[in-house]
Design a protein around this ligand. Structure first.
Ligand SMILES: [Zn+2]
Length: 84
């Protein structure tokens, strides 16, 4: 066969891990034997997590700030009884 090209295939493996946030089983494709450090985003809950030595964990630095929902304490509706 002239011009037959060799397709180089990487040792491609898929690892199954659990999302540290929602516990969803995720399939992580990797060409490494061991995922020493990799950051991923869970497609289920959309949160970021870190894989360290094949162990999924939540990121140390939590970027999320507590949402400052400063709700103005509104006075409740006045009850107007009309005894007619
Ligand atoms: Zn998740």
């Amino acid at each position: 066969m002239p011009g037959a090209r060799r397709v180089i295939k990487l040792p491609f493996t898929e690892k199954q891990m659990q999302c540290p946030h929602c516990r969803a089983t995720l399939t992580i494709p990797t060409v490494m034997g061991t995922i020493t450090l990799s950051s991923r985003r869970c497609p289920k809950c959309g949160k970021d997590f870190v894989i360290e030595n094949d162990v999924p964990r939540k990121p140390d630095a939590q970027m999320k700030k507590p949402s400052g929902s400063a709700r103005a304490a509104r006075a409740g509706k006045r009850k107007s009884k009309s005894g007619v």
